[in-house]
Design a protein around this ligand. Structure first.
Ligand code: ATP
Ligand code: MG
Length: 567
């Protein structure tokens, strides 16, 4: 491509709402342009990068025997009603009616559609397993679309779905897909980690996320210092506490604790470790049609993990609740206790199961209990894992310690089980001729988010640094002075030679200053720029490498073979 003819509208100005490097540089370098909140146009450079990522995904999917399909983007709302997800997805689903007043939904993911596709078409265990995937635009009316391609409303996803006749076979496929996803990310040149994940609105058991490590990531992940364990903070668990603080010795008793409402004050008042206090976090849980206050009890040293809390309460969302609302229920904020509690539904953290020597609220203004033995409620209370891991906690699998890092979720793989096949009555006949619902797995990867992720991991203050596998053009030939006939001829010659070898090459033949063109090349992020300038009279050109920003002098006679070698 000749730069003089290319549609690459670079700019000095970043979008006013852009804070992430990928958003700023993809917009400034002329890859994307915004058409409305969360909606982006892909210009030629972005299109090239997307196609490269898609090609790698297609290759790896073909290797593991997955078959490509393409389902309609507009999906009948009826399917979403049958699966129950029309409510679960809530406002993220964009719904509309056609001229016959039938309701449709713009596909945010395609489980229902894929089940419907194979229903009554795949009818025997002999046709299983089956793995179908597509690479397709998705639409989710995200509450807060932001960060450019990172969280769009319209975005490109690779979504795959597998069907099986047994859990063992699903487990096998899940591992196969995890390996394929890892190969994709390695080939793209990304530093990533596979972590245990929460299964969210999609349901099912067992899910893992593929996280590209980046400080700008929206997800916090806990990783072990010595083993492979990693988990999204929404799902992370810690091992047994290595050092348990000394227990306070006290008979069960009610104690006056005037105005002592916080855990810190309580621990200081009794001179005990917060480990021996019971914290109550009151929240409002939102369900399909109603909401209710739920009390979450944890050890004073632990914090509530809201995603775990939502799952434990089987709710859709979680909100804060005011003191007034608590008082209206007859609760005493600051002194809400775990014993004799019948004012609101409650969930108790597993770390409190059978806990002894505890200090907890007495459900009475200015009073706490001391020496409480929680084993008395073990059989009647509802326990769940609702606490968040802390940095320094022990790993659940080894002797190592957990620490936090930030990640961008680029892929999510789930063992779905039979949730969707049962809801949509999709069955096959097993070896005994008995109808069974399909066992399913689902595998998503954010293609457009990957474009942004590459830049989050590979950029500097001057712009994009594309990895070799993702670069829109591998080589940029920059003719310093296009009026210099020798320079121009050398540029044209190399351009033709490289094109003949199918190298993706750009020839910067614009009548612009050297400095301007160089800045432009850095902003776009070509892996290599061959600079044909003044030194040509001495038989030399230069090769600028974007990752190292180093320039190497190369003899003009050898430049073609030199370039072929380095790329
Ligand atoms: P997130 O927690 O970031 O909203 P999700 O859990 O909703 O993601 P999935 O439903 O698992 O995402 O979708 C599969 C993949 O699609 C994600 O791993 C991500 O890479 C991509 N993806 C999801 N939502 C968006 C979005 N709004 N913009 C761009 N990519 C997205
Ligand atoms: Mg989401």
């Amino acid at each position: 491509m000749r730069r003089s003819k290319a549609f690459i509208p670079t700019s000095k100005e970043a979008p006013s709402d852009a804070s992430l490097a990928s958003h700023i540089f993809l917009a400034r370098a002329g890859f994307i342009s915004q058409s409305a909140a969360g909606l982006y146009n892909y210009m030629p450079l972005a299109k090239r990068v997307i196609k490269k990522i898609e090609a790698i995904v297609n290759e790896e999917m073909t290797k593991v025997g997955a078959q490509e399909v393409e389902l309609s983007f507009v999906t009948p709302a009826e399917l979403w009603q049958k699966s129950g997800r029309i409510e679960k997805f809530g406002k993220e689903l964009l719904r509309f009616h056609d001229r016959k007043d039938n309701m449709f939904v713009l596909g945010p993911t395609h489980e229902e559609m894929m089940v419907e596709l194979i229903r009554n078409r795949v009818t025997s265990y002999k046709n299983l397993p089956l793995n179908l995937y597509q690479i397709k635009t998705k639409f989710r009316d995200e509450a807060r679309p932001r960060f450019g391609l990172m969280r769009g409303r319209e975005f490109i996803m690779k979504d795959g779905y597998s069907f099986h006749s047994s859990q063992e076979d699903l487990d096998r496929e899940f591992d196969l897909m995890e390996a394929a996803y890892k190969r994709i990310l390695s080939r793209l040149g990304l530093d990533y980690r596979v972590v245990e994940a929460d299964s969210g609105a999609i349901g099912g058991s067992g899910s893992k996320e593929l996280m590209v490590i980046a400080d700008s990531g929206e997800d916090t992940i806990a990783v072990c210092s010595s083993c492979e364990y990693g988990a999204n903070i929404e799902a992370a668990i810690s091992g047994e506490k290595k050092v348990i603080p000394d227990a306070p010795q006290a008979e069960f008793n009610k104690f006056q604790t005037p105005d002592i409402k916080s855990i810190d004050d309580l621990a200081a008042f009794f001179k005990i470790d917060p480990y021996y206090t019971v914290k109550c976090v009151a929240k409002k849980l939102i369900y399909e049609t109603e909401s209710e206050v739920v009390l979450f009890f944890l050890r004073g040293c632990d914090n509530l993990q809201e995603v775990k809390a939502v799952n434990a309460a089987d709710a859709l969302e979680i909100e804060d609740v005011s003191e007034e609302e608590l008082k209206a229920l007859g609760l005493v904020p600051g002194f809400i206790g775990i014993l004799d509690q019948d004012k609101a539904k409650h969930v108790i953290d597993l770390n409190l199961k059978d806990a002894k020597h505890m200090v907890c609220g007495a459900n009475e203004l200015d009073y706490h209990y001391v020496g409480a033995d929680l084993s008395v409620i073990s059989d009647v209370a509802y326990f769940a894992d609702i606490s968040e891991v802390n940095a320094g906690d022990s790993c659940p699998h080894c002797d190592g310690e957990l620490s936090f890092t930030k990640g961008i979720e680029v892929g999510h793989i789930f063992k779905l089980g039979t949730t969707y096949s049962k809801a949509l009555k999709a069955e096959y006949l097993d070896e005994n001729g008995k109808a069974q619902p399909f066992m399913m797995g689902t595998y998503g990867m954010g293609i457009s988010r990957l474009v942004a992720s590459v830049i989050e991991q590979h950029h500097d203050e001057n712009g994009c640094i594309w990895t070799k596998a993702t670069a829109p053009y591998m080589v940029n030939i920059m003719v310093s002075n296009i009026k210099d006939e020798a320079q121009m001829a050398a540029g044209e010659k190399l351009y033709k030679e490289l094109q003949d070898q199918n190298v993706e090459v750009m020839l910067d033949d614009r009548k612009e200053r050297f400095g301007f063109k160089m800045k432009d090349a850095e902003l776009i992020g070509f892996p290599y720029t061959v600079i044909i300038g003044k030194e040509l009279v001495n038989g030399n050109v230069q090769v600028y490498e974007r990752t190292t920003t180093e320039k190497t002098a190369v003899s003009a006679d050898e430049i073609f073979s030199y370039v072929m070698d380095i790329i």
